[in-house]
Design a protein around this ligand. Structure first.
Ligand code: AMP
Length: 552
Protein backbone atom coordinates (compact mmCIF):
# COMPACT_ATOMS: atom_id res chain seq x y z
CA UNK A 1 0.00 0.00 0.00
CA UNK A 2 1.67 3.27 -1.07
CA UNK A 3 1.94 5.97 1.55
CA UNK A 4 2.17 9.72 1.05
CA UNK A 5 5.49 11.44 1.63
CA UNK A 6 5.71 13.83 4.51
CA UNK A 7 7.86 16.33 2.67
CA UNK A 8 6.93 19.95 2.11
CA UNK A 9 6.03 20.86 -1.42
CA UNK A 10 7.84 24.15 -1.90
CA UNK A 11 8.05 25.29 -5.51
CA UNK A 12 11.39 25.69 -7.26
CA UNK A 13 11.28 29.30 -8.43
CA UNK A 14 13.69 31.81 -9.94
CA UNK A 15 12.63 34.21 -7.20
CA UNK A 16 14.11 31.60 -4.84
CA UNK A 17 17.44 31.75 -6.68
CA UNK A 18 17.34 35.54 -6.64
CA UNK A 19 16.47 35.82 -2.96
CA UNK A 20 19.01 33.22 -1.88
CA UNK A 21 21.81 35.11 -3.61
CA UNK A 22 20.62 38.41 -2.20
CA UNK A 23 20.34 37.24 1.39
CA UNK A 24 23.24 34.82 1.68
CA UNK A 25 25.83 36.44 -0.58
CA UNK A 26 25.04 40.19 -0.59
CA UNK A 27 28.71 41.05 -1.10
CA UNK A 28 29.41 38.77 -4.04
CA UNK A 29 30.18 40.69 -7.20
CA UNK A 30 28.86 41.19 -10.69
CA UNK A 31 31.59 42.69 -12.84
CA UNK A 32 30.85 43.94 -16.35
CA UNK A 33 33.72 44.69 -18.70
CA UNK A 34 33.27 48.08 -20.34
CA UNK A 35 35.10 50.22 -22.87
CA UNK A 36 36.46 52.44 -20.08
CA UNK A 37 37.13 49.84 -17.42
CA UNK A 38 34.88 47.48 -15.54
CA UNK A 39 31.67 48.27 -13.66
CA UNK A 40 31.39 46.37 -10.41
CA UNK A 41 28.24 45.87 -8.33
CA UNK A 42 27.34 43.72 -5.37
CA UNK A 43 24.65 41.08 -5.35
CA UNK A 44 22.69 43.33 -2.99
CA UNK A 45 22.75 46.10 -5.60
CA UNK A 46 21.89 43.82 -8.52
CA UNK A 47 19.02 42.24 -6.59
CA UNK A 48 17.67 45.68 -5.72
CA UNK A 49 17.78 46.67 -9.39
CA UNK A 50 16.11 43.41 -10.44
CA UNK A 51 13.27 44.34 -8.07
CA UNK A 52 13.14 47.86 -9.53
CA UNK A 53 12.97 46.40 -13.01
CA UNK A 54 10.06 44.19 -11.97
CA UNK A 55 8.21 47.21 -10.56
CA UNK A 56 8.92 49.24 -13.68
CA UNK A 57 7.64 46.46 -15.92
CA UNK A 58 4.60 46.14 -13.75
CA UNK A 59 4.14 49.88 -14.13
CA UNK A 60 3.87 49.60 -17.91
CA UNK A 61 1.33 46.81 -17.65
CA UNK A 62 3.44 43.65 -17.73
CA UNK A 63 1.58 40.84 -15.97
CA UNK A 64 2.29 37.18 -15.32
CA UNK A 65 2.95 35.26 -18.50
CA UNK A 66 3.77 38.33 -20.62
CA UNK A 67 6.91 37.99 -22.70
CA UNK A 68 9.72 40.42 -21.99
CA UNK A 69 12.52 40.02 -24.52
CA UNK A 70 16.17 40.88 -24.19
CA UNK A 71 18.40 41.86 -27.10
CA UNK A 72 21.63 42.29 -25.22
CA UNK A 73 25.23 41.27 -24.72
CA UNK A 74 26.35 39.75 -21.42
CA UNK A 75 26.22 42.44 -18.77
CA UNK A 76 24.71 43.38 -15.45
CA UNK A 77 21.40 44.67 -16.80
CA UNK A 78 20.93 41.42 -18.70
CA UNK A 79 21.45 39.53 -15.46
CA UNK A 80 18.93 41.80 -13.76
CA UNK A 81 16.44 40.78 -16.45
CA UNK A 82 17.33 37.10 -16.08
CA UNK A 83 16.42 37.31 -12.42
CA UNK A 84 13.76 40.02 -12.15
CA UNK A 85 11.63 39.28 -15.22
CA UNK A 86 11.12 35.63 -14.38
CA UNK A 87 10.81 36.20 -10.64
CA UNK A 88 7.85 38.55 -11.19
CA UNK A 89 6.12 35.86 -13.26
CA UNK A 90 6.78 37.29 -16.71
CA UNK A 91 8.60 35.21 -19.31
CA UNK A 92 12.07 36.36 -20.31
CA UNK A 93 12.69 35.78 -23.99
CA UNK A 94 16.36 35.95 -24.95
CA UNK A 95 16.57 37.10 -28.56
CA UNK A 96 19.67 35.90 -30.33
CA UNK A 97 21.41 38.96 -31.73
CA UNK A 98 23.00 36.84 -34.45
CA UNK A 99 19.74 35.82 -36.07
CA UNK A 100 19.33 37.45 -39.41
CA UNK A 101 16.54 40.00 -39.76
CA UNK A 102 13.77 37.74 -41.05
CA UNK A 103 14.33 35.24 -38.24
CA UNK A 104 14.52 37.98 -35.64
CA UNK A 105 11.16 39.47 -36.63
CA UNK A 106 9.70 35.97 -36.72
CA UNK A 107 10.85 35.24 -33.15
CA UNK A 108 9.53 38.52 -31.70
CA UNK A 109 6.16 38.13 -33.39
CA UNK A 110 5.83 34.43 -32.72
CA UNK A 111 6.63 34.85 -29.02
CA UNK A 112 4.41 37.97 -28.95
CA UNK A 113 6.97 39.97 -27.04
CA UNK A 114 5.39 42.91 -25.24
CA UNK A 115 8.61 44.57 -24.10
CA UNK A 116 12.13 44.46 -25.49
CA UNK A 117 15.18 45.42 -23.45
CA UNK A 118 17.84 46.33 -25.97
CA UNK A 119 21.45 47.46 -25.84
CA UNK A 120 21.89 50.89 -27.37
CA UNK A 121 24.65 49.50 -29.57
CA UNK A 122 22.27 46.90 -31.01
CA UNK A 123 19.52 49.33 -32.04
CA UNK A 124 20.60 49.30 -35.71
CA UNK A 125 20.13 45.51 -35.81
CA UNK A 126 16.60 45.60 -34.45
CA UNK A 127 15.95 48.71 -36.49
CA UNK A 128 16.11 46.64 -39.66
CA UNK A 129 12.88 44.88 -38.73
CA UNK A 130 11.28 47.53 -36.55
CA UNK A 131 8.28 48.11 -38.81
CA UNK A 132 7.50 44.37 -38.93
CA UNK A 133 7.12 43.94 -35.16
CA UNK A 134 3.47 43.58 -34.33
CA UNK A 135 3.24 43.03 -30.57
CA UNK A 136 5.88 45.25 -28.96
CA UNK A 137 4.49 47.99 -26.72
CA UNK A 138 7.64 49.15 -24.92
CA UNK A 139 11.31 49.24 -25.78
CA UNK A 140 13.80 49.88 -22.99
CA UNK A 141 17.24 51.00 -24.13
CA UNK A 142 20.13 49.81 -21.99
CA UNK A 143 23.37 51.83 -21.86
CA UNK A 144 24.65 54.29 -24.39
CA UNK A 145 23.80 57.15 -22.02
CA UNK A 146 25.36 60.36 -23.10
CA UNK A 147 26.30 59.23 -26.58
CA UNK A 148 22.95 57.80 -27.63
CA UNK A 149 20.88 60.78 -28.71
CA UNK A 150 17.52 60.94 -30.47
CA UNK A 151 19.09 60.06 -33.82
CA UNK A 152 20.41 56.76 -32.44
CA UNK A 153 16.97 55.92 -31.03
CA UNK A 154 15.15 56.82 -34.25
CA UNK A 155 15.10 53.30 -35.77
CA UNK A 156 12.99 52.14 -32.81
CA UNK A 157 10.30 54.66 -33.64
CA UNK A 158 9.35 52.50 -36.60
CA UNK A 159 8.00 49.87 -34.20
CA UNK A 160 4.26 50.46 -34.49
CA UNK A 161 2.84 51.92 -31.29
CA UNK A 162 5.89 51.32 -29.10
CA UNK A 163 6.97 53.67 -26.33
CA UNK A 164 10.72 54.07 -25.89
CA UNK A 165 12.35 54.25 -22.46
CA UNK A 166 15.89 54.52 -21.14
CA UNK A 167 16.82 51.74 -18.72
CA UNK A 168 18.16 53.89 -15.88
CA UNK A 169 15.19 56.24 -16.01
CA UNK A 170 12.86 53.26 -16.29
CA UNK A 171 14.19 51.86 -12.99
CA UNK A 172 14.52 55.15 -11.15
CA UNK A 173 12.30 55.80 -8.18
CA UNK A 174 10.97 52.25 -7.93
CA UNK A 175 11.24 50.28 -4.67
CA UNK A 176 14.29 48.08 -4.30
CA UNK A 177 12.36 45.11 -2.97
CA UNK A 178 9.50 43.22 -4.56
CA UNK A 179 6.99 40.89 -3.04
CA UNK A 180 7.67 38.06 -5.49
CA UNK A 181 4.56 36.03 -6.29
CA UNK A 182 4.43 32.37 -5.35
CA UNK A 183 4.17 30.93 -8.82
CA UNK A 184 3.56 27.43 -10.05
CA UNK A 185 7.02 25.95 -10.51
CA UNK A 186 5.87 24.49 -13.83
CA UNK A 187 4.91 27.92 -15.18
CA UNK A 188 7.00 29.43 -17.99
CA UNK A 189 10.02 31.39 -16.76
CA UNK A 190 11.96 32.06 -19.93
CA UNK A 191 12.16 31.09 -23.56
CA UNK A 192 14.59 30.90 -26.44
CA UNK A 193 14.37 30.00 -30.10
CA UNK A 194 16.70 27.56 -31.71
CA UNK A 195 17.80 27.91 -35.29
CA UNK A 196 19.55 24.56 -35.15
CA UNK A 197 16.61 22.90 -36.86
CA UNK A 198 15.33 23.30 -40.37
CA UNK A 199 12.61 25.82 -41.20
CA UNK A 200 11.61 28.69 -38.95
CA UNK A 201 13.33 28.98 -35.56
CA UNK A 202 11.53 26.91 -32.94
CA UNK A 203 10.72 28.12 -29.45
CA UNK A 204 11.63 26.30 -26.27
CA UNK A 205 9.91 27.49 -23.09
CA UNK A 206 11.73 26.77 -19.84
CA UNK A 207 9.85 26.45 -16.57
CA UNK A 208 10.97 27.69 -13.16
CA UNK A 209 11.39 24.08 -12.15
CA UNK A 210 13.46 23.10 -15.19
CA UNK A 211 15.66 26.17 -14.78
CA UNK A 212 16.28 25.50 -11.09
CA UNK A 213 17.02 21.82 -11.58
CA UNK A 214 19.37 22.62 -14.46
CA UNK A 215 21.12 25.27 -12.36
CA UNK A 216 21.59 22.77 -9.54
CA UNK A 217 22.99 20.38 -12.13
CA UNK A 218 25.56 22.97 -13.22
CA UNK A 219 26.67 23.46 -9.62
CA UNK A 220 27.37 19.74 -9.18
CA UNK A 221 30.89 18.55 -8.51
CA UNK A 222 30.83 16.50 -11.68
CA UNK A 223 29.81 19.50 -13.77
CA UNK A 224 31.25 22.87 -12.72
CA UNK A 225 31.53 22.36 -8.94
CA UNK A 226 30.63 25.99 -8.32
CA UNK A 227 30.92 27.64 -4.94
CA UNK A 228 31.09 31.10 -3.44
CA UNK A 229 34.84 31.01 -3.99
CA UNK A 230 34.45 31.02 -7.74
CA UNK A 231 34.41 33.86 -10.20
CA UNK A 232 32.60 32.77 -13.35
CA UNK A 233 33.37 34.28 -16.73
CA UNK A 234 30.40 33.76 -19.06
CA UNK A 235 31.70 34.26 -22.56
CA UNK A 236 28.85 32.06 -23.73
CA UNK A 237 26.21 34.55 -24.70
CA UNK A 238 23.25 35.14 -22.46
CA UNK A 239 21.30 35.45 -25.73
CA UNK A 240 21.93 31.83 -26.70
CA UNK A 241 21.05 28.72 -24.70
CA UNK A 242 20.84 30.56 -21.37
CA UNK A 243 24.59 31.08 -21.21
CA UNK A 244 24.66 27.40 -20.27
CA UNK A 245 22.74 28.13 -17.08
CA UNK A 246 25.82 29.83 -15.59
CA UNK A 247 23.94 33.02 -14.71
CA UNK A 248 21.49 31.18 -12.46
CA UNK A 249 23.96 28.62 -11.13
CA UNK A 250 26.64 31.16 -10.23
CA UNK A 251 24.11 33.44 -8.55
CA UNK A 252 22.58 30.62 -6.55
CA UNK A 253 25.88 29.65 -5.02
CA UNK A 254 27.20 33.18 -4.61
CA UNK A 255 30.04 33.07 -7.15
CA UNK A 256 31.17 36.34 -8.70
CA UNK A 257 30.01 36.93 -12.28
CA UNK A 258 32.43 38.33 -14.82
CA UNK A 259 30.49 39.49 -17.88
CA UNK A 260 32.46 40.55 -20.96
CA UNK A 261 29.85 42.71 -22.68
CA UNK A 262 30.61 42.86 -26.41
CA UNK A 263 34.38 42.50 -25.81
CA UNK A 264 34.83 38.95 -27.03
CA UNK A 265 37.97 39.40 -29.12
CA UNK A 266 41.03 37.62 -27.75
CA UNK A 267 42.87 40.71 -26.60
CA UNK A 268 40.20 42.33 -24.40
CA UNK A 269 39.15 38.91 -23.17
CA UNK A 270 42.66 38.00 -22.09
CA UNK A 271 43.11 41.40 -20.49
CA UNK A 272 39.88 40.91 -18.53
CA UNK A 273 41.00 37.44 -17.44
CA UNK A 274 44.37 38.73 -16.24
CA UNK A 275 42.81 41.67 -14.43
CA UNK A 276 39.77 40.00 -12.81
CA UNK A 277 41.14 36.46 -12.42
CA UNK A 278 38.07 34.27 -13.00
CA UNK A 279 38.26 30.67 -11.82
CA UNK A 280 35.72 29.18 -14.22
CA UNK A 281 34.72 30.10 -17.76
CA UNK A 282 32.42 28.87 -20.48
CA UNK A 283 32.81 29.51 -24.21
CA UNK A 284 32.59 27.83 -27.59
CA UNK A 285 35.79 26.39 -29.12
CA UNK A 286 36.28 29.25 -31.60
CA UNK A 287 36.67 31.72 -28.71
CA UNK A 288 39.31 29.56 -27.03
CA UNK A 289 41.11 29.04 -30.33
CA UNK A 290 41.42 32.82 -30.66
CA UNK A 291 42.57 33.14 -27.05
CA UNK A 292 45.16 30.40 -27.54
CA UNK A 293 46.65 32.05 -30.62
CA UNK A 294 46.75 35.38 -28.89
CA UNK A 295 48.42 33.93 -25.81
CA UNK A 296 50.95 32.00 -27.90
CA UNK A 297 51.98 35.19 -29.62
CA UNK A 298 51.79 37.64 -26.73
CA UNK A 299 52.13 35.51 -23.63
CA UNK A 300 49.46 35.76 -20.93
CA UNK A 301 48.64 34.64 -17.44
CA UNK A 302 45.50 32.49 -17.35
CA UNK A 303 46.51 30.76 -14.14
CA UNK A 304 43.38 31.90 -12.28
CA UNK A 305 41.30 29.26 -14.10
CA UNK A 306 40.59 25.96 -12.43
CA UNK A 307 38.10 24.98 -15.13
CA UNK A 308 37.26 26.05 -18.63
CA UNK A 309 34.03 24.61 -19.99
CA UNK A 310 33.87 24.30 -23.73
CA UNK A 311 31.12 23.07 -26.03
CA UNK A 312 28.53 24.11 -28.55
CA UNK A 313 30.46 22.18 -31.17
CA UNK A 314 33.09 19.45 -30.97
CA UNK A 315 36.18 20.58 -29.08
CA UNK A 316 39.39 19.72 -30.95
CA UNK A 317 41.83 17.61 -28.95
CA UNK A 318 44.69 19.84 -30.09
CA UNK A 319 42.98 22.84 -28.49
CA UNK A 320 42.57 21.03 -25.18
CA UNK A 321 46.14 19.76 -25.18
CA UNK A 322 47.68 23.08 -26.07
CA UNK A 323 45.64 24.88 -23.43
CA UNK A 324 46.91 22.44 -20.86
CA UNK A 325 50.54 22.34 -22.01
CA UNK A 326 51.07 25.99 -22.89
CA UNK A 327 48.72 27.76 -20.50
CA UNK A 328 48.21 25.23 -17.73
CA UNK A 329 44.43 25.46 -18.19
CA UNK A 330 42.14 22.45 -18.00
CA UNK A 331 39.40 22.40 -20.64
CA UNK A 332 36.36 20.21 -20.04
CA UNK A 333 34.09 19.52 -22.98
CA UNK A 334 30.32 19.63 -22.57
CA UNK A 335 27.50 18.91 -24.96
CA UNK A 336 24.03 20.35 -25.00
CA UNK A 337 21.27 22.01 -26.95
CA UNK A 338 18.90 24.92 -26.55
CA UNK A 339 16.28 22.20 -26.10
CA UNK A 340 18.17 20.72 -23.13
CA UNK A 341 18.60 23.99 -21.15
CA UNK A 342 21.41 23.29 -22.44
CA UNK A 343 23.81 21.05 -20.52
CA UNK A 344 23.32 17.34 -21.19
CA UNK A 345 26.74 15.70 -20.97
CA UNK A 346 30.11 16.61 -19.49
CA UNK A 347 33.38 14.95 -20.49
CA UNK A 348 35.39 14.35 -17.36
CA UNK A 349 37.57 11.26 -17.44
CA UNK A 350 36.40 8.37 -15.25
CA UNK A 351 38.32 7.45 -12.15
CA UNK A 352 41.06 4.88 -12.36
CA UNK A 353 42.40 5.68 -15.83
CA UNK A 354 45.91 6.85 -16.64
CA UNK A 355 46.60 10.36 -17.88
CA UNK A 356 47.20 8.94 -21.37
CA UNK A 357 43.92 7.01 -21.36
CA UNK A 358 41.98 9.96 -19.97
CA UNK A 359 42.21 11.77 -23.32
CA UNK A 360 39.98 9.32 -25.12
CA UNK A 361 37.24 10.25 -22.64
CA UNK A 362 37.98 13.95 -22.55
CA UNK A 363 37.62 14.30 -26.31
CA UNK A 364 34.25 12.58 -26.21
CA UNK A 365 31.08 14.56 -25.55
CA UNK A 366 31.06 13.00 -22.09
CA UNK A 367 28.62 11.33 -19.74
CA UNK A 368 25.06 12.39 -19.21
CA UNK A 369 24.55 14.66 -16.20
CA UNK A 370 22.72 13.00 -13.33
CA UNK A 371 18.99 13.61 -13.52
CA UNK A 372 18.94 13.29 -17.31
CA UNK A 373 18.99 10.14 -19.44
CA UNK A 374 20.31 9.41 -22.90
CA UNK A 375 20.03 6.57 -25.34
CA UNK A 376 21.15 5.78 -28.85
CA UNK A 377 18.61 4.40 -31.31
CA UNK A 378 18.75 2.78 -34.72
CA UNK A 379 16.85 4.01 -37.78
CA UNK A 380 14.07 1.55 -37.00
CA UNK A 381 13.69 3.07 -33.52
CA UNK A 382 15.28 0.18 -31.61
CA UNK A 383 17.53 1.14 -28.69
CA UNK A 384 21.14 0.22 -29.47
CA UNK A 385 23.66 -1.26 -27.03
CA UNK A 386 26.13 0.92 -25.16
CA UNK A 387 29.15 -0.66 -26.79
CA UNK A 388 30.92 2.34 -28.26
CA UNK A 389 30.36 0.82 -31.71
CA UNK A 390 26.66 0.94 -32.52
CA UNK A 391 25.93 4.21 -34.28
CA UNK A 392 22.50 5.78 -34.11
CA UNK A 393 20.65 8.95 -33.26
CA UNK A 394 21.13 10.19 -29.72
CA UNK A 395 17.96 10.79 -27.73
CA UNK A 396 17.61 12.50 -24.39
CA UNK A 397 14.93 12.97 -21.73
CA UNK A 398 14.79 14.56 -18.33
CA UNK A 399 13.34 17.40 -16.27
CA UNK A 400 15.34 20.07 -18.13
CA UNK A 401 14.74 18.70 -21.62
CA UNK A 402 11.92 20.13 -23.72
CA UNK A 403 8.99 17.88 -24.48
CA UNK A 404 7.74 19.93 -27.43
CA UNK A 405 8.22 23.23 -29.23
CA UNK A 406 6.25 26.37 -28.59
CA UNK A 407 3.11 26.64 -30.71
CA UNK A 408 4.36 24.41 -33.49
CA UNK A 409 3.92 20.73 -34.07
CA UNK A 410 7.17 18.88 -34.70
CA UNK A 411 6.39 15.23 -33.97
CA UNK A 412 9.45 14.14 -35.96
CA UNK A 413 11.68 15.65 -33.26
CA UNK A 414 10.30 13.45 -30.48
CA UNK A 415 10.20 9.73 -29.92
CA UNK A 416 8.04 8.25 -27.21
CA UNK A 417 8.86 10.91 -24.62
CA UNK A 418 12.48 11.35 -25.74
CA UNK A 419 13.85 14.35 -27.62
CA UNK A 420 15.61 13.40 -30.83
CA UNK A 421 18.80 15.41 -30.76
CA UNK A 422 19.60 15.22 -34.45
CA UNK A 423 23.11 14.20 -33.41
CA UNK A 424 24.40 10.83 -34.45
CA UNK A 425 26.92 8.84 -32.46
CA UNK A 426 27.66 6.09 -30.00
CA UNK A 427 27.52 5.52 -26.26
CA UNK A 428 30.17 3.28 -24.69
CA UNK A 429 29.88 0.87 -21.79
CA UNK A 430 30.87 3.58 -19.32
CA UNK A 431 28.22 5.93 -20.70
CA UNK A 432 30.50 8.20 -22.74
CA UNK A 433 28.73 9.73 -25.70
CA UNK A 434 30.67 10.31 -28.91
CA UNK A 435 29.07 12.34 -31.68
CA UNK A 436 30.22 11.15 -35.05
CA UNK A 437 27.97 13.14 -37.30
CA UNK A 438 24.92 15.32 -37.42
CA UNK A 439 21.79 14.16 -39.06
CA UNK A 440 20.99 17.73 -39.87
CA UNK A 441 23.16 19.65 -42.25
CA UNK A 442 23.18 23.00 -40.58
CA UNK A 443 26.61 24.47 -40.02
CA UNK A 444 27.86 25.64 -36.66
CA UNK A 445 30.21 28.57 -36.97
CA UNK A 446 31.66 30.15 -33.86
CA UNK A 447 28.89 28.60 -31.80
CA UNK A 448 26.08 29.94 -33.94
CA UNK A 449 24.03 28.22 -36.60
CA UNK A 450 24.19 28.82 -40.30
CA UNK A 451 21.43 27.08 -42.17
CA UNK A 452 22.86 25.41 -45.25
CA UNK A 453 19.35 25.20 -46.67
CA UNK A 454 18.76 28.93 -46.37
CA UNK A 455 22.12 29.70 -47.95
CA UNK A 456 21.42 27.31 -50.79
CA UNK A 457 18.04 28.79 -51.41
CA UNK A 458 19.50 32.26 -51.52
CA UNK A 459 22.31 31.14 -53.83
CA UNK A 460 19.96 29.39 -56.14
CA UNK A 461 18.06 32.62 -56.54
CA UNK A 462 21.02 33.98 -58.50
CA UNK A 463 20.34 33.99 -62.25
CA UNK A 464 23.83 32.66 -63.05
CA UNK A 465 23.42 29.63 -60.77
CA UNK A 466 21.99 26.34 -61.89
CA UNK A 467 22.15 24.69 -58.50
CA UNK A 468 24.10 25.04 -55.30
CA UNK A 469 24.76 23.01 -52.17
CA UNK A 470 26.42 24.27 -49.02
CA UNK A 471 28.34 22.09 -46.60
CA UNK A 472 30.14 22.85 -43.36
CA UNK A 473 33.90 22.46 -43.53
CA UNK A 474 36.45 22.66 -40.78
CA UNK A 475 37.82 26.11 -40.07
CA UNK A 476 40.72 26.79 -37.73
CA UNK A 477 39.11 29.86 -36.24
CA UNK A 478 35.35 29.25 -36.37
CA UNK A 479 35.29 25.43 -36.18
CA UNK A 480 33.06 25.31 -39.21
CA UNK A 481 32.43 27.60 -42.13
CA UNK A 482 30.21 27.15 -45.17
CA UNK A 483 31.66 25.92 -48.44
CA UNK A 484 29.43 26.85 -51.36
CA UNK A 485 29.41 24.28 -54.15
CA UNK A 486 27.96 25.95 -57.20
CA UNK A 487 26.91 24.67 -60.61
CA UNK A 488 26.86 27.58 -63.07
CA UNK A 489 23.88 28.09 -65.34
CA UNK A 490 24.60 27.35 -68.97
CA UNK A 491 26.91 29.90 -70.53
CA UNK A 492 27.33 31.82 -67.27
CA UNK A 493 30.40 32.37 -65.13
CA UNK A 494 29.43 33.42 -61.61
CA UNK A 495 32.33 34.49 -59.40
CA UNK A 496 32.67 34.36 -55.61
CA UNK A 497 32.66 38.17 -55.52
CA UNK A 498 29.44 38.47 -57.53
CA UNK A 499 27.78 35.74 -55.48
CA UNK A 500 28.79 37.32 -52.18
CA UNK A 501 27.47 40.68 -53.32
CA UNK A 502 24.22 39.01 -54.35
CA UNK A 503 23.86 37.27 -50.98
CA UNK A 504 24.79 40.26 -48.90
CA UNK A 505 21.24 41.60 -48.48
CA UNK A 506 19.67 38.15 -48.16
CA UNK A 507 21.56 36.58 -45.30
CA UNK A 508 23.52 37.77 -42.29
CA UNK A 509 26.96 39.09 -43.23
CA UNK A 510 28.77 36.45 -41.14
CA UNK A 511 26.99 33.74 -43.13
CA UNK A 512 28.68 34.79 -46.41
CA UNK A 513 30.90 31.89 -47.52
CA UNK A 514 34.59 32.55 -48.00
CA UNK A 515 35.11 29.18 -49.67
CA UNK A 516 33.71 28.43 -53.09
CA UNK A 517 33.92 25.58 -55.51
CA UNK A 518 32.44 25.43 -58.98
CA UNK A 519 31.40 21.95 -60.03
CA UNK A 520 29.66 20.33 -63.01
CA UNK A 521 26.91 18.83 -60.92
CA UNK A 522 25.87 18.33 -57.31
CA UNK A 523 25.85 14.62 -56.46
CA UNK A 524 22.40 13.32 -55.46
CA UNK A 525 21.18 10.55 -53.21
CA UNK A 526 18.78 7.86 -54.32
CA UNK A 527 15.84 10.05 -53.45
CA UNK A 528 17.23 12.98 -55.39
CA UNK A 529 18.50 14.99 -52.41
CA UNK A 530 21.88 16.65 -52.48
CA UNK A 531 24.38 14.08 -51.30
CA UNK A 532 26.25 16.27 -48.87
CA UNK A 533 28.02 13.34 -47.33
CA UNK A 534 29.66 12.66 -50.67
CA UNK A 535 30.45 16.33 -51.12
CA UNK A 536 32.11 16.37 -47.72
CA UNK A 537 34.10 13.27 -48.58
CA UNK A 538 35.24 14.83 -51.86
CA UNK A 539 36.24 17.97 -50.03
CA UNK A 540 38.16 16.03 -47.42
CA UNK A 541 39.91 14.01 -50.12
CA UNK A 542 41.01 17.26 -51.75
CA UNK A 543 38.97 16.44 -54.85
CA UNK A 544 37.24 19.81 -54.96
CA UNK A 545 38.91 22.85 -56.43
CA UNK A 546 38.27 25.41 -53.71
CA UNK A 547 38.70 29.16 -54.15
CA UNK A 548 39.01 31.10 -50.92
CA UNK A 549 38.25 34.80 -50.97
CA UNK A 550 40.09 37.13 -48.64
CA UNK A 551 37.59 38.93 -46.46
CA UNK A 552 39.91 41.16 -44.47
P1 AMP B 1 22.26 24.82 -29.93
O1 AMP B 1 20.88 24.41 -29.66
O2 AMP B 1 22.36 25.96 -30.86
O3 AMP B 1 23.02 25.06 -28.68
O4 AMP B 1 22.99 23.63 -30.69
C1 AMP B 1 22.97 22.29 -30.21
C2 AMP B 1 23.82 21.43 -31.09
O5 AMP B 1 25.20 21.85 -31.03
C3 AMP B 1 23.86 19.97 -30.71
O6 AMP B 1 22.73 19.27 -31.17
C4 AMP B 1 25.14 19.52 -31.39
O7 AMP B 1 24.94 19.26 -32.78
C5 AMP B 1 26.04 20.74 -31.26
N1 AMP B 1 26.95 20.58 -30.10
C6 AMP B 1 26.84 21.15 -28.89
N2 AMP B 1 27.87 20.79 -28.10
C7 AMP B 1 28.65 19.95 -28.81
C8 AMP B 1 29.85 19.21 -28.54
N3 AMP B 1 30.50 19.30 -27.38
N4 AMP B 1 30.32 18.42 -29.54
C9 AMP B 1 29.71 18.33 -30.74
N5 AMP B 1 28.58 19.00 -31.05
C10 AMP B 1 28.05 19.81 -30.10
Amino acid sequence: MPIASTMQDRPLLISGILEHGRRIYPDSRVITVGADGAVESTYAQVAARAAQLAHALRGVGVVEGDRVATFCWNHQAHLEAYLGVSAMGAVMHTLNIRLFPGQLAFCVNHAEDKVILIDASLIPLLGKVASELTTVEHVVVVGGDGECGPAALAPLEAIPGATIHRYEAFLEGHPSTYDWPELDERAAASMAYTSGTTGDPKGVVYSHRSTCLHALGICLGSVAALTERDRVLSVVPMFHANAWGLAYAAWWCGADHLLPGPFLQPEPLVRAIERHRPTVAGAVPSIWTGVLHYCSAQGADLSSFRLVLCGGSAVPESLMRRFEEELGVHIVQAWGMTETSPVGTVARAPRGVSEAESWSYRVSQGRVVQGVEMRVVADDGAALPWDGQSVGELEIRGPWVTGRYYRVEAPERFDDGWLRTGDVGTIDARGYVRITDRSKDVIKSGGEWISSVDLENALMGHPDVFEAAVIGVHDAKWEERPLACVVAAEGKEPTPASMRAFLSDKVARWWLPERWTFVDEIPKTSVGKFDKKLLRERYEAGALDVVEVATG
